[in-house]
Design a protein around this ligand. Structure first.
Ligand code: C5P
Length: 237
């Protein structure tokens, strides 16, 4: 699903506003969106989000809310008032929490897309077992994605491997936002369930989130162009 702003989301995982603005100024809001997560938001807050919006970017506010239903509902409302394009909650917060978040947006003039994190892409079966969830990540993702859709979410965050399975069960409109993206030459780092940008799109991801491949690149703007080119279908000759 290509839309205005593109389906590449650049994760601005930086310690402060200066680094984030420096990268944003090298990018084009017509081709990428930007993700502001916990590190940057904790340091630089809503003012930074507004500065990025002033540059023309749509913002995915990735704060992965997980709290009692009332608190998450009010947090999601604050995100709507900030004018962000997308905001997320943890599906493991449960149906009542997700429904409260959905309900909270119902009378907002601007309604961000509301998606749910299933299982973090850094987690393996062993990590789940430590939590007494004796399941493959894929099975857990499928359960949480079903709960998220029934609770009114616009989509989920999942790995590329799971996107191909979820696509069959959840139909075309359900968003699948896929982090854990690495180009073939990149280090995997702390991620575990990784895929290349083109594989993620082929698997059914509607949006991909790329952080360190771009932020740690000596030439981030060029890396963005390479990734965008690798995501486009090959030209028919
Ligand atoms: O640097 P890297 O490309 O691994 O960054 C991935 C980004 O996606 C990080 O900002 C991380 O917080 C986020 N993310 C994730 N897994 C999820 C949800 C978000 O890696 N399930």
């Amino acid at each position: 699903m290509a839309d205005e702003g593109g389906n590449l989301i650049v994760a601005l995982d930086f310690p402060g506003a200066a680094d984030a603005m420096a990268l944003a100024q090298q990018l084009d809001p017509a081709t990428v969106r930007l993700k502001v997560g916990k590190q940057l938001f904790t340091a630089a807050g809503p003012d930074l989000v507004r500065s990025l919006q002033d540059l023309g970017f749509e913002i995915f506010l990735d704060l992965k809310f997980h709290d009692i239903p009332n608190t998450v509902a009010q947090a999601v409302r604050s995100a709507a008032e900030l004018g962000v394009w997308m905001v997320n909650v943890h599906a493991s917060g449960g149906a009542r929490m997700m429904q409260a978040a959905r309900e909270a947006l119902s009378d907002c003039t601007h309604q961000p897309l509301l998606i749910a994190v299933t299982v973090l892409t850094s987690m393996t079966r062993e990590d789940l077992a430590e939590l007494n969830w004796e399941a493959e990540p894929l099975d857990r993702v499928c359960e949480l994605a079903t709960l998220a859709q029934q609770s009114g979410m616009d989509g989920v965050v999942c790995s590329a491997a799971e996107a191909s399975v979820l696509k069959r069960h959840h139909g075309g409109e359900f968003l699948m936002v896929t982090p854990g993206i690495r180009q073939a030459s990149d280090a995997v780092g702390d991620q575990r369930r990784v895929a290349t940008p083109s594989d993620a799109i082929a698997a059914g991801a509607t949006h991909i989130v790329v952080g360190r491949s771009i932020t740690a690149s000596p030439n981030p703007a060029e890396t963005v162009l390479d990734i965008l080119a690798s995501m486009s279908p090959p030209a028919v000759s």
